[in-house]
Design a protein around this ligand. Structure first.
Ligand SMILES: [Zn+2]
Length: 464
């Protein structure tokens, strides 16, 4: 159990809607004191320096164990999470074998315990057996074993009828269905967002309608189910298009129990990057034409940019930011998707989908904050209280997601003024598939404390 004194920092606690200068003291793993300073005592402390926030919660991470330990293990995934400031991680069930029965959950829990990492591992169970989209998995048994939701992620819940049953059954169990919204009949062979960039590069287009059609289907089924099962809950993960977010905005206004998340890469990057641009979405303007204004600085077709859903236009990224700002999007989830080099060292359209992103999430989000598209407190909320609300009380060992005196310390300390260069060596993840390698990101994580124990400390890594 750990001791830590952070004097003169900027504290952010979204659970009480408070941020400001302050100090914290951790003794024996307990957050013993949280002291908010008066403005006159706080000269020189501002939101641009060292920040203390509750530990981040990732609703969506692929840890690859069991089945693809070359890409990631539970241990390396939890180490990567801690390096990114995350103290709670929800593993996705698209492992081999699929997490569709309690035995697989027990395996990854054993791996987490063996890793010695204090980062809390949660897991979603599969909706269908083997994620085949045809047979409902034993949701009740999985719930009893402690899964926090159900998802066939990697793919959508294929059958509308299975989705309907799953929403009803999981709703009765008090758990959400986490759907990856994609109509696969519209994305067969698709390589990049359908639009100007895909046309010029000759990549097969991935229409935004594939996401919007799936969101529409899911919402229609939810509206139907919720009449009989008031506890039914739908969570749409990694929304990436303006129109899909608008559908959720309207559904929420109509009172449907739907939540959604967006990823750091869909907030900050765009399909321009596939052409070789390296500017953030808000720097591109609405057009997103990297040929017109000389934005091209890198080689095109970098396979680390191949992701599902694909990087969209700058306008879509701005819509994701706006949705986060107005509460349409409830959370930021990383969709951390580590892959081996072998699975990425191929033609763009053949490369595995995904970005190893849990360690660069904070940096990308802070870039959006620095650019004025998000407040720091909303960004932190979307990484903490937002996902916790989706998970319900299962989110934290200490029962709180705020900076609460007397609770087990669960927090991250990062320095917004300190930039770090993303490199394969500095990523704790086995997946080095990041388009950000070689770039500087703000907000170096100094310390992550999970469940009262140090999960990550900056100096240890620098010395390695
Ligand atoms: Zn997905």
């Amino acid at each position: 159990m750990t001791d830590l004194d952070i004097g003169r920092a900027w504290l952010v606690d979204p659970t009480v809607a408070r941020e400001g200068p302050g100090e914290i003291v951790v003794r024996d793993g307990i957050l013993e004191a949280v002291t908010w300073l008066e403005r006159e005592e706080a000269d020189g402390i501002d939101a641009g320096g060292v920040v203390v926030a509750p530990g981040f919660i990732d609703l969506h991470a692929h840890l690859r164990e069991p089945g693809n330990e070359d890409a990631e293990t539970v241990a390396s995934g939890l180490a990567a999470a801690a390096h990114g400031g995350f103290t709670t991680v929800c593993a996705m069930p698209n492992t081999t074998p699929t997490l569709d029965e309690p035995g697989v959950l027990a395996r990854i829990r054993t791996a987490a315990a063996a890793s010695g990492s204090p980062v809390e591992l949660l897991a979603h169970g599969a909706v269908s057996t083997g994620r085949d989209g045809e047979t409902l998995a034993a949701l009740g048994e999985l719930a009893d074993a402690g899964v926090v939701g159900f998802s066939d992620d990697g793919a959508p819940v294929r059958s509308a009828s299975i989705l309907r049953n799953a929403l009803a059954y999981a709703g009765a169990l008090g758990l959400p269905i986490v759907d990856h919204p994609e109509d696969p009949t519209l994305t067969d062979g698709a390589e990049a967002n359908e639009g100007f960039v895909s046309t010029v590069l000759g990549l097969r287009g991935w229409p935004t309608a594939a996401e919007e059609a799936a969101v529409g289907r899911d919402l229609a089924i939810l509206a139907d189910v919720v009449r009989d099962v008031p506890g039914a809950r739908l969570h749409l993960t990694h929304l990436s298009t303006a129109a899909a977010l608008e559908l959720v905005r309207r559904a929420k206004a109509a009172g449907l129990p739907v939540t959604c998340d967006v990823t750091p890469h869909h907030l900050a990057l765009s399909d321009e990057w596939i052409a070789g641009a390296r500017r953030f979405a808000w720097e591109a303007g609405e057009e997103g034409d990297p040929w017109r204004d000389d934005a091209l600085v890198a080689a095109p077709y970098g396979s680390s940019l191949r992701v599902n859903p694909p990087l969209r236009t700058p306008a879509d990224a701005l819509a994701c930011l706006a949705a986060l700002a107005d509460g349409t999007a409830d959370a930021i989830a990383t969709d951390h998707a580590p892959h081996t080099e072998v699975d990425k060292m191929v033609e763009f359209g053949e490369a595995a989908n995904g970005i190893s992103g849990i360690e660069t999430a904070l940096g990308l989000v802070l870039e959006a904050v620095d650019a004025g598209h998000l407040t720091l407190s909303r960004a932190i909320e979307a990484l903490t209280a937002g996902p916790a609300a989706i998970l319900g009380r299962r989110s934290r060992r200490n029962g709180s997601v705020g900076l609460v005196e007397g609770a087990l310390a669960d927090l991250v300390v990062f320095d917004r003024a300190e930039r770090w260069m993303v490199s394969a060596d500095r990523l704790a993840s086995r997946g080095k598939n990041s388009p950000l390698i070689g770039l500087d990101l703000p907000g170096r994580v100094l310390v992550t404390i999970a469940g009262g124990q140090v999960a990550y400390e900056a100096d240890l890594v620098t010395a390695r």
